[in-house]
Design a protein around this ligand. Structure first.
Ligand code: GTR
Length: 414
């Protein structure tokens, strides 16, 4: 069935372990020439760049360098947010060297303290105003996916967008625990639909005469991750932020994005992926739930064009997703699944962490402290961690509690 010529959407989805094909994973600690990688030095100087290069050329695509200079404008600022308990900052970051080019609007909430604040950096799906009803948050100006219930009409935000996703963003709880929250709308970087890369950030980097990214150049996931890097450029120079304690977290397609951002930008101190699935934490070779063919068919713009070679041909791909997590080593990384989110293959996400673990150990830190998949709601919060929550594809306050427990230990050293 797996080699059928049926359109991807009509093919049977594997939801049964017995139907998962047999496969052999590439060993992250075996070099291109077959030699075993036995030291941190060889990993850092040779193997890590080699694997990152493979993910660039075969999966996400290569992104351009950052603009030469960080340019931004603080568009709003208050030390009286949430009845005077918090600070709010809104910052428009110029994404290119062109002052008339695209901007990324970052919303920051910080607890009131004189010390630099450890901060979660998390892209959002419906604009900054969707995360909290705070009327001071600027409405998103970029293209949005229509959603009447959330308050998006004709691809524009209405007042109804305010707080429309607040269940996923327990901002006050995050601040109470001493963390800041930085967020930005992913569509400011590249609107999430397939238009052959005519809108969004990509055209600003085309060579003369170029009309779309080359087969090994950045797709949308890589662009969103690159945008996280531009937010980091800003956070790095803000005295209010503990920029060595920025944790990049993302859900679903933005979980894939947070993993790629963490893998490519070592300034992120820790990485959390929530329900990231195919092209995120889940092993592609398992083909469980969403497959490479399926994702490349539904979302042709997320990955680079080379990745389509691996539709129903995952074994030919020189990397699998455990090696993406290995690129984050030795930094803390927490992989989060949900029991009901079988589309994202919880077991495949666990196995990725497990098979990335030897790289953490080679680098002299703790890997995943579980040989077998833990039970639901029994988090394994080791430096390379894994948790499967009851419930479905979502972000819940209990998830944030676990992120903060994880960060308390591995980022703050509490
Ligand atoms: C689904 C997609 C998943 C995941 C999800 C999301 O449609 O198949 O890979 O990214 O969307 O982002 O919510």
């Amino acid at each position: 069935a797996m080699s059928s010529n049926l359109p991807a959407q009509q093919e049977k989805v594997i939801y049964d372990e017995a139907e998962v094909p047999e496969f052999t994973l590439p060993d992250p600690l075996v070099a291109e020439d077959g030699a075993k990688v036995e030291s941190a030095q060889v990993w850092n100087e040779k193997q890590r760049p080699y694997l990152q290069g493979l993910f660039e050329s075969e999966v996400y695509g290569k992104s351009p360098a950052a603009p030469e200079k960080i340019e931004y404008k603080v568009t709003e600022s208050s030390d009286e947010a949430f009845d005077g308990t918090a600070r709010r900052r809104q910052v428009a970051i110029q994404l290119t060297d062109d002052p008339d080019g695209p901007v990324l609007n970052v919303l920051l909430y910080l607890p009131k303290t004189d010390k630099p604040v450890p901060t979660f950096m998390t892209l959002n799906f419906y604009g900054n105003a969707s995360i909290h009803p705070d009327p001071a948050i600027e409405l998103p100006q970029s293209w949005l996916r229509n959603n009447k219930e959330k308050g998006v009409e004709d691809h524009k935000a209405t007042e109804k967008i305010r707080g429309a996703s607040k269940q996923r963003w327990p901002v006050e709880m995050i601040l109470e625990k001493g963390y800041g929250l930085a967020t930005a709308y992913y569509g400011d970087i590249d609107p999430d639909f397939d238009d052959n890369f005519q809108n969004g950030i990509h055209p600003y980097f085309y060579a003369q005469g170029q009309e779309k990214p080359k087969p090994d150049e950045w797709g949308s996931v890589a662009a969103w991750a690159w945008g996280l890097g531009r937010a980091m450029d800003y956070l790095e120079q803000s005295p209010e932020i503990a920029s060595d304690k920025v944790i990049v977290m993302g859900h679903s397609r933005l979980g894939k994005t947070s993993l790629w951002a963490g893998a490519t930008d070592p300034r992120f101190a820790a990485v959390i992926s929530n329900n990231s699935g195919c092209g995120g934490a889940a092993l592609s070779r398992r083909r469980f739930g969403e497959s490479v063919k399926r994702i490349n068919t539904s979302f042709p713009h997320w990955f680079n064009d080379n990745f389509t070679q691996y539709n129903h041909n995952e074994d030919a791909c020189p990397v699998d997703q455990h090696e993406l997590i290995a690129l984050i080593a030795p930094r803390p990384c927490l992989v989060c699944s949900a029991e009901g989110d079988r589309w994202a293959d919880p077991r495949g996400e666990f196995l990725s962490a497990k098979y990335a673990s030897p790289v953490y150990e080679l680098l002299g830190v703790e890997g995943l402290k579980a040989d077998d998949m833990p039970a639901v709601d029994q988090p394994v919060l080791s430096r390379l961690g894994y948790v499967i929550r009851a419930g479905g594809h979502d972000v819940k306050p209990i998830d944030w509690q676990r992120y903060m427990e994880f960060a308390d230990t591995h980022v703050l050293g509490k």
